[in-house]
Write a protein that binds this ligand. Structure first.
Ligand code: AMP
Ligand code: MG
Length: 401
């Protein structure tokens, strides 16, 4: 048995970045992982500009109540003339500052008078209401690094330096199948002794959420031959194989012998709960991850092992989630030898005039077959090995959003 940390470190040490990259337009790049740093060839903003609708002025000429001539009007997207001494320029938000002007007085502090405008600026400061050249991005800055997964704000930032295409890693292809003679597909007639296949849809959702390509081989019967042939097919079409079920050592568990017949199995059991039986190996040289059959175990081990593994292979730099330390809203009285990942959600407690606090609330049934717990929860919290938790103590919470 490996500890959780040993298993994760081992798995990540085996994850090799796919070498294929492609150039794509930023409007299709959401969720893709950058294969190159992005360096700006521009300053953003490209010039000092006004933060407000108002008047561009020279600070050293400002006297409250004095009447100034308005010598020009500068709208966003145009370039004004140098500001004549003793005058001010009408200016609009985003318009470049005219040469000589150093500050902007907002229009709410200006009064139109005969022959010009006067100001009632009570707290005038040099350079007020001016956005400075390069204050967002300076020319030469690396705005995003290789290995970064692109979010909407990243796409906006890339667009702001005028770049239309980015080099990203091509999505991996993942082949999945679920094992179990007891499984029915949704839509099939209810049958005594059978249950519906939830893991198939859980896995498909995860793969799609990660932006990867899915080859879903469906439900495979509990025989060694069927398992071997599904694994062989998966290995020839995919970069990684992920399965659920059949990883224990019961008579109906065929994953272990099938993988060993076609390749090798490196990892077997992890000291964690839920999810003790977890398999990692190679089938005809294609990486293989065998998740447990219990749906909550499959969910948890996908989040904690398969996701960081796949993201590393996909080229992402930071793959291990960072915990947030928050107050436990429950007592945990029975210490266990395995590290436990419990389904929890965050609730804000507001009592009278006291400052609100956030508590980690535990789902009432932590059974590894109770998939409702994963739907109710918004994350996982950690109960360390051989530990109890007292309500109010800080515990590690991993967001599942
Ligand atoms: P196994 O790991 O194959 O022994 O399965 C452990 C438990 O998870 C058993 O109760 C199975 O019926 C259940 N199980 C396995 N695969 C699935 C699945 N795809 N959907 C729902 N439950 C499953
Ligand atoms: Mg089974």
């Amino acid at each position: 048995m490996k500890t959780f940390d040993e298993a994760l470190a081992y798995l990540l040490s085996k994850a090799v970045v796919t070498s294929y990259t492609e150039e794509i337009e930023i409007n299709t790049a959401l969720g893709h992982i950058l294969a190159c740093d992005i360096v700006s060839e521009l300053n953003v903003p490209p010039h000092h500009n006004s933060m407000m609708d108002g008047y561009a002025v020279r600070a050293d000429e400002m006297v409250e109540g004095k009447v100034f001539t308005i010598s020009q009007s500068i709208t966003a997207g145009t370039i004004g003339k140098p500001l004549q001494r003793g005058t001010v320029a009408r200016i609009f938000t985003g318009a470049p500052m005219p040469m000589g002007a150093d500050s902007v007085i907002m229009q709410e502090e200006a009064t139109d008078v005969k022959g010009g405008v006067k100001f009632s600026a009570s707290s005038f400061r040099l350079k007020q209401n001016v956005r400075h050249i390069g204050e967002d991005i300076a020319k030469g800055n690396t705005i995003l690094s290789k290995g970064h997964a692109l979010r909407p704000q990243d796409l906006g930032l890339i667009a702001s330096i005028g770049v239309k295409k980015v080099t990203v890693y091509q999505p991996l292809t993942i082949a999945t199948f679920t094992t179990g003679d007891e499984l029915l597909e949704p839509g099939e007639q209810v049958e005594a002794g059978k249950i519906y296949n939830s893991n198939r849809y859980l896995l498909a959702g995860f793969i799609s959420q990660l932006g990867l390509k899915l080859i879903d081989l469906g439900r495979i019967p509990d025989t060694l031959d069927a398992t071997k042939s599904a694994l062989t097919q998966a290995a020839t079409v995919a970069d990684v194989i992920i399965t659920t079920g059949g990883v224990s050592v019961g008579d109906e568990d065929h994953i272990k012998p099938a993988v060993e017949a076609l390749g090798h199995l490196d990892l077997w059991k992890v000291k964690m709960k839920p999810g003790k039986p977890l398999a990692y190996g190679r089938v005809l040289d294609t990486p293989f991850i065998g998740l447990p059959g219990n749906p909550v175990s499959a969910f948890t081990t996908f989040c904690l092992f398969a996701r960081p593994y796949l993201l590393t292979m996909q080229g992402q730099a930071e793959v291990v989630p960072k915990p947030i330390w928050l107050k436990a809203g429950f007592d945990w009285k029975k210490p266990g030898v395995r590290r436990e990942f419990v389904r929890v959600r965050l609730e804000n407690q507001i009592q009278g005039n006291a400052s609100p606090t956030t508590e980690v609330v535990l789902y009432s049934n932590q059974g590894s077959g109770v998939l409702t717990s994963t739907v109710w929860a918004d994350g996982l919290a950690v109960i360390p090995e051989n530990s109890i938790i007292k309500k109010g103590e800080l515990i590690a919470y991993y967001s599942g959003r």
